[in-house]
Design a binder for this molecule. Sequence first.
Ligand SMILES: NC(=O)c1ccc[n+]([C@@H]2O[C@H](COP(=O)([O-])OP(=O)(O)OC[C@H]3O[C@@H](n4cnc5c(N)ncnc54)[C@H](O)[C@@H]3O)[C@@H](O)[C@H]2O)c1
Length: 439
Amino acid sequence: MDMINKVSVIGLGKLGSPIVATLAERGFATHGADINEHYVTCINNGEAPVEEPLLNEMLKKNKELIQASLDVENAVYTTDATMIIVPTPSEENGEFSTAFVKEALKPIAKAIAKKDNFHVIVLTSTVLPGASESEIIPVLEQLSGKKCGVDFGYCYNPEFIALGSVVKNLLNPDFILIGESDQKSGELLEEFYKRYCENNPPIKRMKIVNAEITKISINTFVTTKISFANAITQLCDVIPGGNVDEVTSAVGLDSRIGLKYLKGGVGYGGPCFPRDNRALARVYDNFDLEHSIAKATDQINQKHAEFLVSKITKLIPEGGNVAILGLSYKPNTPVIEESQNIIVAKKLVEKGYSVTAYDPLGVENAKHILNDINYTYSVHECVKDKDVICLMTLWEEFTNLEPEDLSTDGKKPYLIDCWRVLDKDKFSNKVNLIQLGVN
Ligand SMILES: NC(=O)c1ccc[n+]([C@@H]2O[C@H](COP(=O)([O-])OP(=O)(O)OC[C@H]3O[C@@H](n4cnc5c(N)ncnc54)[C@H](O)[C@@H]3O)[C@@H](O)[C@H]2O)c1
């Protein structure tokens, strides 16, 4: 094989299904496989199995080039390269489990054993530094009876995407990261990405272990920036005249720092940032080294939720009614994993407050993990008769709020605007608007 033309994707979840859709969008014949029959049926029907902007349209439009099945072995056998995008859940100690990857390797290795031509296995799932060479490649070699780097290739190739903009991020990445078992595999994947990406990004090729370190280092650096901005938020919130946006919008102009992810507000959450950060700290521990930055970043993030809770509890006594606008950890996704909003809601309930929440997509997910709050299905219902309203997730529905959307029955509640998106003067007749990070 001198070119990757047909690609199999193993795991059709939050990352795998947008990859299938974008591959087809860029003209690649794609065979997706998953153990989840519902996901497979959705993809074959040209429907998105998960909530993600642009995904549904793209799957429908490119149905002809996409095939999905439960047959991993056949998907691998009939394609030139295979992307593995199955879960690598965090363990109690912060490490990532490779159990799902190893399970997926069984049919993958069977196909590799039967193939005559060179096949590239691409691991996209996040793993710990060293995992590919100590745990994954040996299993592939043993089960297939073939030699990595000679009979088949292996690349560690994580994606840097944000839920809510996965399709856009996949096609227009800042750069492509490839850890390669051998030169030929790296070259094949590099050439593939030149055809797949829309923006001609830089491509960094390196040893597998360095790509593994790079992946969690990047996420830890970003979380550090977020926690730094939130530490400034807390300071500006208490210091007379403080205003976090005035400070961070200037700090970020220094080209050594940059403005991205330097916005004070709610702490970070979601399926990647918190766990990648903790995993890096754990890897340091494993080598008897100390990564106090990663640990401090995590601590600041946890304390930031407490800071927000104390802001609310200082305003109203125990038993008060709090409305939380937003449950997902960021807008345009139903994902509530490690969402600070959920943490804040839980802590308020523990302290004896009555909490009501609304989120455009996240309510059903939240119900599974938090059942002692009231769920509503509109802003109107959520804020009715509350003492404090806390705007936490930047859904457009919330950032475009008008005073008349707040049906407060003559009562003038507090509204904590965590991201400072509402016009204070415009709302002054309706609520006592408090901007987080502004004194
Ligand atoms: N979601 C993100 O924002 C994101 C970003 C970067 C990296 N990642 C990484 O990508 C990986 C997958 O994440 P996700 O969010 O897409 O997970 P997900 O849970 O949404 O999807 C994983 C899919 O893999 C399938 N699967 C599990 N075992 C399988 C097997 N043996 N054979 C075939 N399919 C199998 C599951 O049924 C599921 O559909 C993780 O390692 C994650 O850390 C995710």
